[in-house]
Design a protein around this ligand. Sequence first.
Ligand code: C2E
Ligand code: CA
Ligand code: CA
Length: 459
Amino acid sequence: MEEKEKNAIRLIREEMSEKDFELYMYSLQKLADKNLDNNMSFMTDLYNIRAFQVKASEEMLQNPDLKFAMIILDFANFSMINEFCGREKGDELLKYTADTLRELTAEHVVLSHLRADIFAVFTPFNDKNELIAITKKIDAKIGEFKIPYRILPAFGICIADSPTMSVSIMRDYATMALDSIKGKFYAKYAFFDEEMRDRMLLNKMIENDIVSALEEEQLVLYIQPKVNMRTGAVEGGEALVRWHHPERGIVPPGNFIPVLEKNGLIIDVDICIWRQVFRFLGNRIKEGKKIVPISINISRQHVFDNSFKDRLINLSKEYNVSPDLVPLELTESGFLENHDMMYERMRFLKDRGFKISMDDFGSGYSNMSMLKNETMDEIKIDKGFVDDIATPKGRSILKHVIEMLQEIGLNVIVEGVEEPEQRDFLLKCGCTKAQGFYYYKPMPTSDFEALLDEWNPVS
Ligand code: C2E
Ligand code: CA
Ligand code: CA
């Protein structure tokens, strides 16, 4: 309560008799209840999110001896239901779900239609199994809904760690648990647990620390050599970011890039690495030293950022580095997702001399028609294919994939070569370029420079 409100109540209290004051408080409460009653979901007549939060907090505070949990229910495929069975059927399902939840009505239980196709049950419990039983009951009942389509409800559960735990945090945690199983048809429910809490804290730390990391040059360029397997010569490199965290030491990109891709900060990280690559090449050119192309990773987030093409062109001008010395690696999934915009922007950069490389080929849902697109110069075959060399089927697939890609005129490089047998097999297939720990791991630029000077001595 605000200080002003507290003062107002104190004044009223001083002016009124005990009885009047009680009456006054009672009418205030009634008014609040009435307001809450206006906060019902129009479609399902369950509490909306605001009323739910208030009611659930009240239950928790008024019953400190009870254990409470929040279960959030979401449908993995609700938009499909709307699309294939019609909006009316979708609405009917929401009402049916609300009726199903109403069957759980009991003392201290608060039900809500939070928004769209998301519902919540706030309930006291003794044993975790009771909560699982609730999800099963709801799931079974929803399974009876007449629809020519399989409905896939999923449940995220958060147990309150104290009666003062904020209901909106419980909602965040339950949602996080739910997100962890979204799209996994075999998992119906998930509890928010320690691991999720740690991951969330780590993600928060990353979000907080990345800004100073950018300012204090903690993001360091490493380069992994690309090698000609026939001669062993270093013919190129890939720029890979390493975070030299002041307390955590070197943080690998797999730990922070997915977080930054979600909040968009990956754009700044990429630009910081790109600049280091252009500066590195520019300096070597100025010093008359031998150079090789260094490819950079382009996060799919850039596709939405209109300025990213100009940034690359400007960097190339600023450091006097020809664009063909900095190939652009884009992941296969990035190409698939934003098809038209991606091609348009790649075409633009290609016309200005950049080379385009498709990263992680074969790791996701490859669409063979992507290969027909003329913007592509190079395909990087994913490590997964190389790992499969151990089996006859794996060998056959890899051999034919390489053959096919080369036949349509694409340069092929294979990632993740770790063993001499893999190298031998790839060479037999006619593939000469590789990147992998068998040759070199990603290294600081000073080591890469030494390698270049060794392999490509100034003639
Ligand atoms: P990627 O682009 O596919 O990069 C290759 C990854 O495979 C690198 O991991 C590299 O160290 C690893 N690798 C190479 N050869 C081998 C091998 O023989 N065995 C094994 N086990 N691994 C090998 P890294 O550096 O941890 O990077 C992981 C991913 O993070 C990269 O995958 C890329 O998607 C992303 N990434 C790294 N740096 C950047 C960056 O500056 N910007 C963006 N947007 N993404 C980056
Ligand atoms: Ca890459
Ligand atoms: Ca890759």
